[in-house]
Design a protein around this ligand. Sequence first.
Ligand code: GDP
Ligand code: ZN
Length: 473
Amino acid sequence: MRNDTIAAIATPPGVGGIGVIRVSGPEAFTVVSSLVRRPGKPDELPPVPPSHRLTYRLVIDPETREVLDEVLVAFMRAPHTYTCEDVVEIQGHGGPLVLRRILRAVLACGARMAEPGEFTMRAFLNGRLDLSQAEAVMDLIDAQTEAGQRLALQQLRGRLSDQVQEIRHTILGVIAQIEASIDFPEEDVPTPEAEELSPPIVTALEQIQRLLAGAEQGKLFRQGLRTAIIGRPNVGKSSLLNALLRTERAIVTPIAGTTRDTVEEVANLRGIPLHLIDTAGITPTDDPVEQIGVQRSRAAAESADAVLLVFDGSEPLAEQDRRVSAELEMMGFGADEQTHKRPVVIVVNKADRDQRIELDELKQLWPLAPIVHTSTLNNEGLDALEETLAELVLAGRAVNSDSVLVTNTRHQDALRRANEHLQASKASLEQYLPLDFVSIDLRAAYEALGEITGETASDDLLDRIFRDFCIGK
Ligand code: GDP
Ligand code: ZN
C-alpha cells in the first residue's frame, strides 16, 4: 500500500528534550486533527492551522480524553513536504513513554505504523528524490566524519544524479540517431557514420571512468577503513590504539568492545572513519581461553581492509614475529598495488629505546610495506603513521569538499556495467558491425546508469535499499 497514511516516531529512542512523531499520507491532517485540542477547549475540534507553521496544542487520548502531552504541531500541506504528501509533525516531550502513547493514539485514529525508510521511499516514489538522493539521506544520517557528511550532502543535492543524467542524455542522443536511420532506412535519414557516432560515446566513457576512478576512495569515506592492529604480545598494540585515538581530536563514536579480546574504536583519518581493531594476538597457543582470543583476532585480521603490523624495536626480531608475518601473508596482505593485496604498514614501536631490531630482516619479510617508527610513550611518529596509511589507501588522491565521489558499491557496480557496454558498443563501431549491435549495448549502458537514479530500478532493489533505513526516516 503506497497511498495510505503512515506514522512513526522520527527521533531516536531514549530520552530527549523533544521527540517528533511524523505522519504522512492523505489522511494525515484528519488523523491528527481528531487528536489535538486548544488549551481550555477540550471538546472543540480546532481548525487546521496555516500550513508549515508550528502551533501549540494538547494531544488527547481519543478514548479516555486524557491529555497525553503538550505539543507543538506542524501541519504541512502537500506537495512541499518531505514525502510530497500531506505531513504532520508532532513535537512532544521527548520521553519514550509519552511518544509511544501519542503514536498509539495516532495509530488508533487510522494511521498505519511506517516501515523502515518508508517516508523516504515515498519521497522517491513521488519524485521528490531520486534513488541516489534517497540513499544519500541514509548516508548523511550515518556519516561519521565531516568529509563523509559533505559527500553525502553533495549526493543528496543531486550532484551525482546530475552527472549520471548528463551521461545518459549523451548516450540517448546516439541511440536516437541510430534508431532513426534503422526505422526510416529509405527516407532522407542517412545512415550515420561510425566516425560521427563515436565521439559522444568516447565522452560518455571518459565521464564514467572518471567517476569509477574515485569510487574506491569514495567508499572509504562512507564505509570507513577497517584496520587491524596486529603483532605478538607486548609490542605495544593497545598502547598504539590509545595513542592514535588521543592524537585524533575528532574521535567520532567509540564502539564498545564486542569481546574481551578485540576492541574497536573509530578515529578520523583525514576524513576517513578509521575503525581500529586492537587484537589479542594471532600466534598459536595451547591455552584454550587464549585460543578463543587468537581465533577472534584472526577473524579481525581476515576481515580488515588494512593492517598495522607492530614490532618491538627494542628487541631483535623474534620467532613469534615471523609467525605473525607469515600468517598475515597467507591472508593476502602485502601492500602491493599491482596484485591488489590489502595494505600493511610496518610499525616499529618503542623508538624511545635503544633499537635492536634488524631493519633488513623486516624488509626481507615485507619488501613492499612502508616502515614507520613510533613511540607511544613519547607520542612520536604517530602523524607519520597516519600520513603513511592515508597515502596508501587514498593512493595520492586528494579529496576536497566539492568533489563528486561515488561512495556506494551499488553505484560503482552500475557504472562498471555501463562502462563495459559502452566499450562493447565502441568496439562494434570500430569493426563496422551493423548498427543494431551498437545500439543494443548503448541501451544496456543507458539502463545500467538508470539504476543509479532509480529510473530503471526493480521493486526488489528498492525494497532492499529502503529496508536498511531506520524507522521514522
Ligand atoms: P600489546 O600486548 O601489544 O597490546 O602491548 P601493550 O600496549 O599492552 O604494551 C606492552 C608494554 O610495552 C607496556 O608495558 C607498555 O607500556 C609498553 N610500551 C608500549 N609502547 C611503548 C613505547 O613506545 N615505548 C616504551 N618504552 N614502552 C612501550
Ligand atoms: Zn594489547
